[in-house]
Design a protein around this ligand. Sequence first.
Ligand code: ATP
Ligand code: MG
Length: 362
Amino acid sequence: MNKVYKIAAIPGDGIGIEVLPEGLKVLQAAADKHQIALEITQFDWASCDYYLEHGTMLPDNWFEVLKNFDAIYFGAVGWPDKVPDHISLWGSLLQFRRRFDQYVNLRPVRLLPGVPCPLAGREPGDIDFYVVRENTEGEYTSVGGRMFEGTEREFVLQESVFTRHGSDRILKYAFEMANNRDKKKITVATKSNGVAVSMPYWDERAEAMAAQYPEVAMDKQHIDILCARFVLQPNRFDVVVASNLFGDILSDLGPACTGTIGLAASANLNPERNFPSLFEPVHGSAPDIFGKNIANPIAMIWSGAMMLEFLGEQDERAQTAAADIMQAIEKLLLSGPKTPDMGGSASTQEVGSTIAQYLQSS
Ligand code: ATP
Ligand code: MG
């Protein structure tokens, strides 16, 4: 019996509503081709319109409903003119990440053929690595406070939280990943020469993990020089692992080195599969281009390929389907119709349909 993959599709706001159907179109074409059973259920929650109608971003029972799915395929959330970001984002996406313990944020940094690279002289193949970002603790906490506000003595304290559990599980994920790749190289982002308590601890946990993976070569780099090397020597990376803040920065810098944000895909993973993982484009809802039918759907489509890859870890058909989607994306980038962000004049649907057609005819 084939497994049925249960997917919750949430378009959200803005261009999320435009690109998600293209992602689903391509996923369905890949699934049909490889006889993979997808069961897709669409939800209108986690959108600003839902909030304006109901006063919350999500219904009370969202956790009970969504936890039964294998994955969440997410468009984008946020429409600051209607609902402030701290309400829309905190009330939806950040709830998913937290309650479903999606502690790995994974972003591929890959230069695809046919995409003009902002870094001079780089060819596809030169840039092909992953940024693994810790997604639940670290520098992003609400622990801290202000005192003597409005006076000369005013001061602000902001704490970071690094637990052994939180550090070890993200490092383990990244080392496992590096160990399964050809280059077997891991770069650990740090700043232990400046951040005197948490970063030496992070380094220590990295050393301890490295001892368990003798075949993986580890390189610790301070975040400042690491950023410079992303730009100057992107070919030296394979898997880069970082704390929440440093990972946030690197996972925007990486895709910026490989072309438009309209291509950047991401996954928020709960690797133990106790809860659904979430797959989404890196970009937001882009109110400035919503309704013009020019949003690039490739980031959404690539995120769908990542979803198949993750869901079907033990399922050869799903792996082949994911690889086929990537091939179809590459074919389009080389010679197919492109949206205006890539210098073309095609519509969102035209790009999605062409990729789906490539899949059907290959
Ligand atoms: P968020 O804060 O939700 O991450 P943002 O407001 O920082 O989002 P985006 O919504 O990602 O930013 O948009 C940033 C810019 O990139 C906008 O000018 C937008 O038009 C452009 N952009 C984003 N996504 C796409 C896409 N898929 N295709 C084309 N242009 C895009
Ligand atoms: Mg925004």
